[in-house]
Design a protein around this ligand. Structure first.
Ligand SMILES: *Cc1c(COP(=O)(O)O)cnc(C)c1O
Length: 391
């Protein structure tokens, strides 16, 4: 490929896989006059439950809301501790703080960047109530080991599955493994609505509690109070939240759900190109896919072998940007953020793997509509930058 042609390309970090179908589904809801939670949301919950094979799927405003309601449903309280991985988004841990409990940050496995079960075991105290595996980039955590550890110590397992739809662990779909699983439908996630989330659970009581607390703590089928057939009478049973999902969101979600497998297939083919193009190069470490699990393929995190380069990750990102390529970093580990550092007194060396790996990962553009030309351009640009800055 000629340099000129290469320079003409631009590759954004992300483009959501939404289009006319989603637009007309949303428009149809608006024309129906029904704007908030209603029939489309009931249908989305039903289809989502069927899709992952869960008994209950309860829609909420976001994965952050899902996590908050999950912690509420297990009656997390002040003084309790919750094990969360260092490499995650703040939502996993901030929601623990909402309940007055303490997030205890666990180091990650150097191969997968998922929570290290070994380090989690070391951090269990009599106050530990729950462990929250985050399926980083979409690849499920070691759920057998996590369930085992949780069983031994009587811990709840709440999965942060914001990256892992669709995904499976030893043939079992994520969303059916633990008592509570939380999904995200944020704009960049694999099922993109813009905002939205879902809790799946096999437990009737957990489902009922979350259904109640997502809408002001009002008793059963509270959304029906907005309908013509609904009664004017309702009872507030607890101080709940305003975390319901709207029918406009659900209409988009229903279209996206129908495409979920096809979109994952498209991401799998992009990942295969990245693996083939970048995998043999001395400067890069490509993601490791373990054979007993299927990743949702939400991110493509590339790691730099910094000892082979004269530049750091920030400069690598800058040079990609100069060539029109957008990237991101998932994630700045929790313990390095001022809030967690200052409130809980973490030092970088407390989570040595996360601190070290953070220095060298970046997420490449990774979205279903990427053309082969764009994928090749990213590969060639990354190699070119590394080669020109090799030690
Ligand atoms: C995106 C994300 C969340 C939050 O999802 P929202 O739907 O935006 O609230 C939580 N955890 C992880 C790991 C995420 O990547």
């Amino acid at each position: 490929m000629e340099t000129k042609k290469l320079e003409a390309l631009s590759v954004p970090y992300h483009v959501a896989a939404v289009g006319e179908e989603e637009a007309s589904a949303a428009a149809e809801v608006i024309r129906s006059g029904w704007l908030t939670t209603g029939p489309r949301t009931m249908e989305f919950e039903k289809k989502f439950a069927e899709y992952v094979g869960a008994k209950h799927a309860v829609s909420v405003a976001s994965c952050t809301a899902a996590l908050h309601l999950a912690y509420d449903a297990i009656h997390l309280k002040a003084g309790d501790e919750v094990l969360v991985p260092a490499v995650t988004f703040t939502a996993t841990a901030e929601t623990v703080v909402y309940l007055g409990a303490t997030p205890v940050i666990v180091d990650v496995d150097p191969l997968t960047l998922n929570l290290s079960v070994e380090d989690a075991a070391r951090k269990i105290t009599p106050r530990t109530r729950a462990i929250v595996p985050v399926h980083y980039a979409g690849q499920p955590c070691d759920m057998a080991e996590i369930q085992d550890l949780a069983g031994k110590h009587g811990l709840e397992v709440i999965e942060d599955a914001a990256h892992s739809l669709p995904a499976s662990y030893r043939g079992t779909p994520v969303g059916t493994i633990s008592r509570i699983t939380c999904f995200s439908f944020y704009a960049t996630k694999t099922l993109a609505i813009g905002e939205g989330g879902m809790v799946t659970t096999p437990d009737d009581e957990i489902a009922a509690r979350i259904r109640m607390m997502r809408l002001h703590g009002i008793g059963r089928d509270s959304w029906k109070r907005y309908t013509a057939e609904g009664s004017w009478y309702y009872e507030v049973l607890d101080a709940g939240f305003k975390y319901n999902m709207t029918d406009v969101q659900s209409a988009i979600g229903l279209v996206q759900l129908g495409k979920c497998d096809a979109l994952r297939q498209m991401r799998a083919s992009i990942a295969a190109s990245y693996d083939a193009g970048l995998g043999g190069q001395p400067w890069f470490q490509i993601p490791t896919n373990l054979p007993d699990r299927e990743s949702g393929l939400h991110l493509y995190p590339l790691r730099l072998h910094l000892n082979t380069l004269r530049i750091d990750r920030a400069e690598f990102i800058r040079q990609l940007k100069e060539r029109g390529i957008g990237t991101s970093v998932h994630f700045i580990p929790l313990h390095l953020h001022p809030f967690y550092r200052d409130r809980y007194g973490y030092k970088p060396e407390d989570l040595p793997v996360a601190t070290r790996e953070y220095e060298r990962y970046l997420s490449l553009p990774f979205f279903p509509s990427m053309s082969q030309e764009q994928v090749d351009y990213v590969i060639e640009s990354a190699i070119d930058i590394a080669r020109s800055n090799a030690k």
